[in-house]
Design a protein around this ligand. Structure first.
Ligand SMILES: C[S@@+](CC[C@H](N)C(=O)[O-])C[C@H]1O[C@@H](n2cnc3c(N)ncnc32)[C@H](O)[C@@H]1O
Length: 271
């Protein structure tokens, strides 16, 4: 491992706003952010107690450098934000910015997203953002896509029910991958989920949700080279029967795969 990465790994171990594989945090995020706000050093998560959520808690999955957690945290000081990623050197970036700017409503968890349901209690999370996740373009890897029903079933365990205002219970997907966009729409259709909003060309829309103007590192990479940013909002208010997973497996074989996108993605995977 390079020297720079080692320094970043060591730094996040000292940061109060980064938790690595934390244990027993379900229901305790209100208490955690309360402690972070008080500038407590050495927050002992094992001493935190379960508190009802007082501020909406928003989670960014596969956050990388955490541009959404930080950008949304600046925009909405009355909400709390958690970025989740496995790569500590990427999390370091967002966590360092939050520390430098004194943003006490932003934290990061270093872990595998497969474990995400173990970190939050029922209804603890208001919204989920997934920005430019690995599209996992090969059919054989479809189960690794973060909008595959396998993952959506995990999110259902902690995401609030949608409400009439369409401000709660929303999963946001922003991607440059036409394949992942079409895959996610197929999931929504097949499992009868509620599609709140979709666009296959976000920046061509007459009005753009200001939250969508936050740009991430991978958005800048333009790996899909589709010249379009796709964006979907949907809710998870239905059961997702396992029996449909086989139907999905067949249905997605019609979605065109861009060989160039596949090659470019592979070259970034090791970064
Ligand atoms: C293509 S990058 C996108 C990062 C960021 N959202 C952006 O737009 O710049 C995908 C991120 O997902 C993370 N990731 C992929 N699979 C993961 C998993 N199972 N658990 C945790 N993080 C994961 C990677 O570490 C990487 O930072």
């Amino acid at each position: 491992m390079g020297q720079k990465k080692l320094i970043k790994f060591a730094a996040i171990k000292e940061y109060e706003n980064v938790l690595e594989y934390p244990q027993d945090m379900q229901g305790k995020w209100a208490a955690f952010f309360g402690a972070l706000e008080k500038e407590t050093t050495n927050i002992h998560t094992e001493h935190l107690t379960i508190h009802p959520i007082t501020k909406p808690l928003v989670v960014e999955l596969a956050c990388g450098r955490g541009e959404y957690a930080v950008g949304l945290g600046r925009m909405f000081p009355e909400q709390n934000f958690i970025g989740i990623d496995i790569k500590g050197n990427r999390i370091w970036k967002g966590a360092s910015i939050a520390n430098k700017e004194g943003l006490k409503n932003i934290a990061f968890v270093r872990t595998q997203i497969d474990q995400v349901a173990t970190y939050f209690g029922t209804n603890e999370v208001s919204e989920i953002w997934i920005t430019f996740p690995d599209p996992q373009l090969r059919w054989s890897k479809a189960k690794k896509r973060l909008t595959h029903p396998k993952f959506l079933r995990l999110y259902q365990q902690f995401l609030k029910q949608a409400d009439a205002s369409n401000k709660t219970g929303i999963v946001h997907l922003k991607t440059d991958s036409p394949n992942l966009f079409l895959f996610t729409l197929k999931v929504i259709e097949l499992y009868g989920l509620n599609l709140v909003y979709k666009t296959d060309d976000l920046y061509a829309e007459a009005t753009i949700d200001p939250r969508c103007l936050i740009k991430t590192y991978y958005e800048g990479k333009d790996i899909a080279q589709s010249n379009k940013i796709h964006y979907i909002q949907f809710t998870l208010d239905k059961d997702l029967p396992l029996s449909l997973d086989e139907v999905l497996k067949e249905a997605i074989k019609d979605i065109p795969l861009d060989a160039g996108e596949l090659l470019r993605m592979q070259s970034y995977e090791q970064e």
